[in-house]
Ligand binder design. Structure first.
Ligand SMILES: NC(=O)c1ccc[n+]([C@@H]2O[C@H](COP(=O)([O-])OP(=O)(O)OC[C@H]3O[C@@H](n4cnc5c(N)ncnc54)[C@H](OP(=O)(O)O)[C@@H]3O)[C@@H](O)[C@H]2O)c1
Length: 322
């Protein structure tokens, strides 16, 4: 097992993060960067990052802002940044890009120390409309460039995701986006976008939590070096009273949410839990001082029943009405 140890002088504890998952590395610059967090968060050790197939690096643990009201999002994102998160996931359809961008700018970190993702909504798919929608998102965010742009859903009924991804490639070539990816793409949609554009998305952000582990799709991702990113990683809170998870949490001495987040991290998955509650925002990030043992991982893996909370990506067509 490959592991490394951070020793922080004086009052702070020593902790160890094992880096034993294929595809997961601890990038030197991020290691240095996150080490600085240890100086004010004694429980936090370090955060792993994932190297994407275009060579860029994404923090493995980020923060999602779905359903955070626009008026609240600025203070929620500020709380997340204070807690140590350095990756924020929003979307045009969430209606909170403006407050998200404002919080990131006002927090005052160098731009390259916060990883920002947003998503193109279904109604804007198509080559020209994508270019316009991207400009609108960047105006809302108030940022010079975007780290990751995702096609929010394939919306196969519209049959425009290939042209949409071609527009993404142009924006990337112009330096306006660092990395381009997709969300909710099925294997047939991935095969088509790769086959017709010659470009492999860096990420597929999909519904993934212990009740839907998406094994077949993840195996396809591995074949093409597409990173798997989990949305609704806590099952929107519905998994937090699951007896298996609660039992492990009691054994380990942490919360049910921390157990699930560790399961994602140790499975090599990028994870973006959401909360508007300051204590939860902090504790969901405080997951680098312990490790689940193989028996815990196996017990959580056994909860997979392929049960979605969200819509079926093969048919989801919101935004295309009329
Ligand atoms: N690409 C897509 O189609 C898609 C779809 C859905 C989501 N996403 C992304 O994924 C992110 C996360 O997914 P999600 O927001 O759907 O769900 P989630 O992160 O699985 O769960 C969020 C829910 O869990 C609660 N919660 C969080 N931490 C908790 C804790 N420690 N203890 C108890 N309850 C806790 C939150 O409550 P409070 O907020 O009240 O604290 C909220 O109700 C989104 O914010 C978004 O960025 C993407």
């Amino acid at each position: 097992m490959c592991g490394w140890r951070i020793v922080v002088p004086n009052t702070l504890p020593t902790c160890e993060l094992s880096v034993n998952t294929p595809g997961v590395v601890v990038d030197d610059s991020l290691r240095h960067f996150y080490l600085r967090q240890v100086t004010f968060r004694s429980e936090t050790c370090a955060i792993a990052s994932i190297v994407l197939n275009d060579g860029n690096v994404i923090p493995q643990l980020g923060f999602g802002v779905f359903q955070v009201p626009p008026d609240d999002v600025s203070s929620v994102v500020t709380t997340a940044l204070e807690a140590g998160y350095r990756s924020i996931d929003t979307a045009a359809i969430y209606g909170n890009e403006e407050g998200t961008g404002r919080a990131i700018r006002d927090f005052g970190l160098p731009r390259d120390e916060v990883y920002v993702t947003t998503k193109l909504w279904n109604s804007e798919q198509g080559y020209d409309s994508t270019l316009r929608a991207f400009d609108a998102s960047m105006d809302q965010l108030g940022l010079d460039y975007l780290d990751l742009y995702l096609i929010h859903w394939p919306a196969p009924k519209a049959d425009r995701y290939v042209d949409t991804f071609r527009a993404f490639r142009v924006l990337k070539a112009q330096g306006r986006i660092r990395s381009i990816g997709v969300s909710n793409f099925t294997i047939p949609a991935l095969e088509r976008v790769i086959g017709e554009t010659g470009e492999v998305p860096v990420v597929n952000q999909i519904e993934l939590h212990p009740r839907i582990a998406q094994r077949e799709l993840r195996a396809f991702h591995d074949k093409y070096a597409i990173a798997t990113e989990a949305w609704s990683p806590l099952g929107q809170g519905t998994l937090l009273d699951n007896p298996t998870i609660v039992g492990i949490a009691e054994e380990v001495g942490c919360t049910a949410a921390q157990v699930i987040i560790r399961w994602h991290l140790q499975s090599g998955i990028i994870v973006i839990p959401k909360s508007v509650t300051p204590e939860r925002i902090a504790s969901n990030f405080d997951v680098f001082g312990f490790e689940l043992i193989p028996e815990h991982m196996a017990a959580i893996n056994a909860l997979d029943e392929g049960a979605r909370i969200g819509p079926d990506p093969a048919t989801f067509a919101a935004g295309l009405e009329g």
